[in-house]
Ligand binder design. Structure first.
Ligand SMILES: Nc1ncnc2c1ncn2[C@@H]1O[C@H](COP(=O)(O)OP(=O)(O)OP(=O)(O)O)[C@@H](O)[C@H]1O
Length: 355
């Protein structure tokens, strides 16, 4: 049984149609992400699940009970916000205990135990007596998490919880959040506009555009088999080359003819047919290197060095726009420079036809 079942969710803000018929099932214990560009309705959908936002139409079923009209504090959900709204004048423990304010039934001892347990969960055991304003950004975010977890909600709703942290700290917290989620077994729903964050953390991801869900899939399926050009472009990098389909043959600009059946998959998009491939599915051949399979020729037009890997933009013969190839950097291997002739080894199986 789904823990969360959304059916036909519509949300209007006046004339503005923010959510346009969302159906979603989220299982117990799942780490689920809502991913999409700014303004696509992710936060609105999260607030609908939490009950902070009324729906214009549709139903919200939590644990088998229709909760569409139930107020937030009577739902089995708890929310962690983007701005980690902790109280700077209170201690860490007092901040976490704030999450228990509605539990008048608890003794002081029980309260203290729950707070300690929540702090242990987020790696802040022993920090209870510290002043909240003496913490780093990452530590504050953990306090906010502990405060949400102390009530042991069935569902934890996270609205861009890591967006205020620097890159290193964000990556560290991502790993910690995954571990924490596995440990406590609570269903997590994460809102993010960061595709890498969604890929790293989630069991499943819903990609949203303009109030609609475009695709729901596990990270790898989303990356390998995007249902549309828009999803493909939003998740990582994909090269697109104009294509012409005649019977069972596809003529791809720069790559040549491919038998339709050899393409990895086909996916829908509006407008003209395009062949797409990811930067890591093709290999730039170094001078003298033999290739297995098919080779396309062109010229290096840009080189972007990232330490462990390099992006090469290659203008294939007969093309107007370059394609991007990523190469893992191996110590001692020469680097191709801008303007150098380029040979590209590629495989039809890695090409997706969008039409
Ligand atoms: N209270 C409101 N009144 C009117 N319009 C709103 C309200 N809340 C949100 N919207 C509009 O609904 C759309 C979706 O907003 P929402 O916050 O859900 O987007 P989002 O995908 O979470 O974006 P972001 O990543 O920027 O937070 C936006 O165009 C926003 O301007």
């Amino acid at each position: 049984m789904s823990l969360i079942k959304l059916r036909g969710i519509q949300k209007f803000y006046g004339e503005y149609h923010a959510l346009r018929g969302i159906d979603l099932d989220i299982a117990e214990g799942e780490f689920f992400s809502l991913l999409g560009p700014s303004g696509c309705g992710k936060t609105t959908l999260l607030r609908v699940i939490a009950g902070f936002e009324d729906v214009s139409d549709g139903t919200v079923v939590l644990s088998g009970t229709d909760m569409t009209k139930v107020s937030p504090n009577k739902r089995p959900t708890n929310m962690v916000f983007q701005s980690y709204a902790i109280f700077p004048h209170l201690t860490v423990a007092q901040n976490v205990a704030f999450g228990l304010r509605k539990r008048a039934d608890l003794t002081a001892q029980a309260r203290a135990t729950l707070v300690d347990e929540a702090l242990d969960m987020v790696g802040l055991g022993g920090y209870g007596n510290r002043a909240a304003n003496a913490l780093s950004g990452g530590q504050r975010q953990r306090v906010a998490l502990a405060r949400a977890l102390v009530l042991r909600p069935k569902v934890l709703l996270l609205d861009e919880p890591l967006s205020a942290l620097d890159k290193k700290m964000r990556e560290q917290m991502q790993v910690e959040l995954i571990r924490l989620q596995r440990q406590v077994g609570i269903t997590f729903i994460l809102v993010t506009h960061d595709q890498e964050e969604a890929l790293v953390m989630s069991d499943r991801i819903a990609v949203m555009f303009e109030g609609e869900v475009a695709q729901i899939a596990e990270a790898e399926a989303l990356y390998r088999r995007p249902v549309s050009r828009r999803v493909a472009e939003f998740i990582g990098v994909m090269n697109f080359l104009p294509a012409t389909v005649t019977d069972d043959v596809v003529e791809v600009q720069g790559l040549g003819k491919i038998v339709l059946d050899d393409l990895q998959s086909t996916a829908s998009t509006d407008g003209t047919p395009m062949a797409g491939f990811r930067p890591e599915t093709a290999t730039l051949l170094f001078p003298g290197q033999e290739a297995e399979g098919r080779v396309a020729e062109g010229k290096v037009s840009e080189v972007v060095y990232y330490g462990d890997m390099t992006y090469y933009d290659v203008l294939l013969t007969g093309c107007e726009k370059p394609v991007r190839i990523s190469m893992r950097n191996v110590f001692g291997r020469p680097v191709l420079n801008i303007g150098a002739p380029a040979r590209l080894a590629w495989s039809p199986g890695a090409v997706t036809l969008f039409r």
